[in-house]
Design a protein around this ligand. Structure first.
Ligand code: KIV
Length: 265
């Protein structure tokens, strides 16, 4: 297995080959995912909920991201590591974002992830021009849960759908390497995916994104609180943790996941 790079992802999009991604926050799970052949491991700030037991991702610090990125990197040989920049570790200025991205990259992250659309385009440009590949995250952006008024599907009306498309185009033009689309109608996610050159990675965004991501604890069914509707329990099908991960990879690659029951209209 050769190491996955941002160039591999672009080629995958061009070839119409699906990209697989799961979150992980520690050495053991990262090793297991990597050995199963996952393309990307996301050290998401969802760790604030599934590892720390918080209600939101907001309490997560950049030191938390640094620590978990270091643990994951030790278990990773071929998967591309994407690490979230935590709430308020990048929003103030491009310089602040660069400093935070540098911290996670020094621990082994290959891509820094931040939430936000057009408003973050200058920051994305600033980072990419300085050698930091960026994954942007639009649609339902969990760090803005209080501004959004809850974890609801985004882009359902004309104005917000247009804004999402324009956000995606701005991020692509600014040099982002990929974009996570969370909780958006499948048809809109498909339109965004066709409109931009970089890969889209969906979570609750239907089957037509270039790749899929889920939170590991959700897809194993081990998070004690309710999991989002767009997730699926792969442990029931896979029979073991590595079986679940293999079943997920196969389902994403074949297009069997996500189905209509995991998507929004
Ligand atoms: O924090 C996270 O894990 C994420 C993914 C679920 C997209 O942002």
């Amino acid at each position: 297995m050769s190491a996955i790079t941002v160039n591999t992802l672009k080629k995958r999009k061009q070839a119409g080959e699906k990209i697989t991604c799961l979150t992980a926050y520690d050495y053991s799970f990262a090793s297991l995912l990597d050995a199963a052949g996952i393309d990307m491991i996301m050290v998401g700030d969802s760790l604030g909920m599934v590892m720390q037991g918080n209600d939101t991702t907001i309490p997560v610090s950049i030191q938390d991201m640094v620590y978990h990125t270091r643990c994951v990197a030790r278990g990773c040989e071929h998967a591309l590591i994407i690490s979230d920049l935590s709430f308020m570790s990048y929003q103030a200025s491009p310089e602040q974002a660069l400093k935070s991205a540098g911290k996670v990259m020094k621990q082994g992250a290959q891509v820094a992830k931040l939430e936000g659309g057009e408003v973050m385009a200058d920051t994305v440009r600033f980072l990419t021009e300085r050698g930091v590949p960026v994954c942007a995250h639009i649609g339902l952006t969990p760090q803005s849960v209080h501004k959004l008024g809850g974890y609801s599907v985004q882009g359902r009306d004309d104005a917000s759908a247009k804004q999402l498309l324009s956000d995606a185009r701005s991020l692509d033009e600014a040099g982002a390497s990929l974009i996570v689309l969370e909780a958006v109608p499948s048809a809109l996610a498909a339109e965004v995916t066709r409109a931009i050159a970089i890969p889209t990675i969906g979570i609750g965004a239907g089957p037509d994104c270039d790749g899929q991501v889920l939170v590991l604890q959700d897809m194993l069914g081990i998070y004690p609180r309710p999991s989002p509707r767009f997730s699926r329990n792969f442990l029931e099908q896979g029979g073991s943790v590595s079986g679940a991960v293999t079943a997920y990879i196969e389902a994403v690659k074949s297009g069997a996941f996500p189905g209509p029951e995991h998507s929004f209209s």
